[in-house]
Design a binder for this molecule. Sequence first.
Ligand SMILES: [Zn+2]
Length: 430
Amino acid sequence: MRRASGNMKISNGLMIDGTGKPPIPDACLLIQDGLITYAGPAQEAPHCEGDWPEIDAAGGTILPGLVEAHYHPTYFNVAALEDLDTKYPVEYVTLLAAYNMKLALECGYTAARSGGSLFNIDVWMKKAINKDLIPGPRFVAAGREICGVGGLMDWNPDFRKIGMEGLVILINGPDEARAAVRTLVKDGCEWIKTYPTGDAAAPDTNDHHTLCMTFEEMHAVVQTAHNHGLKVTGHCRANEGIKNALRAGYDAIEHGTFMDQEALDLLLSRDVPCVPALYFEQASIIHGPEFGMPQAVIDAHQETLDAGAESARMILEAGGTLGMGGDYGFAWNPHGDYAKELSFFVNFVGFSPVDTIKCATLNGAKIMGMQDEIGSLEPGKLADVLVVEGNVVENISILEDRANLLVVLQGGHLKAGRLNGGPARSAEYC
Ligand SMILES: [Zn+2]
């Protein structure tokens, strides 16, 4: 991705730098050739010689670009899970994913990590973004998702005979687990997404206390992936599944819902990041009835939400690493709503706005392995920056409406926001 050339100054705003430090009033950000050279109080800023085009933050908030740490650009706001496999061909899903990538950038998400992809779209989407062919977040790509036969993601009965070449690679045993990872290595993926456990969505045979892979399968995934320099994560609800993942050497935990002290200790011992994705649960509870969700499923989402919020608080208090990602791409939790996750953490889970922003910026960058390049407003880092109308510390929900974004910079380039002509109208594509 190209960096801007020349100088830029952003001033007259409250700065949240992404590191968790207290916000800086009347701050100033200096950018040269797409890199941050100063971030701090305006009074202490170095004197700027020569031409310094200035952006007036107009009393709003200056913060790092957000990182969506559990992103599924290829999920196209589905109401029925099997639609992911059967509704559209790869050609159209690719176009929808490109649309979602642009939307994420317009929403202030300058970076994202894939939580799993239909076909092998995310890998190629990343290439197109990096070459500036299409707009989108800096991206770390996962591929098709690995799950045990009969597990959560094996939702198509065999009589459909459709195969499963879209979303999931189904495995039986460590040998097939290794084979699946090798396929994904060849595909060019950076992260392997697995399904150690079930979910509230599947109450009959794969609920949130069910295991969907064996420890041996998970260990085989990790050994093979690490051998090739790839990282491994997994959808982990059940306590035993979380522990299996941590003992198998997973590099991240998605959800981390039902954690006991032992699971927390395992998580902290290697500082494994966790991405709770809690607003998804709230959205399922609120909007589930509109989509015909059975009461048992909604009740299970409530149990998941309560336990997930408790686990997130435990991890924060213990000094662990949490990322903000929302599993967007379902009918009741559609693309574009990304920042609702942040508001939810402040208003319902009880995180401070500054902690929440740190999770959504520097921690996200850390999960992506890019903490030296992005994630905070510090000298030497890429100028991935948001300027937002209003005070985000007082009201984090300002971030939910992309019309409030004045500026979205990537590497110092103005990519979105009102100064760039404002957001495009949202499309209905399903
Ligand atoms: Zn997901």
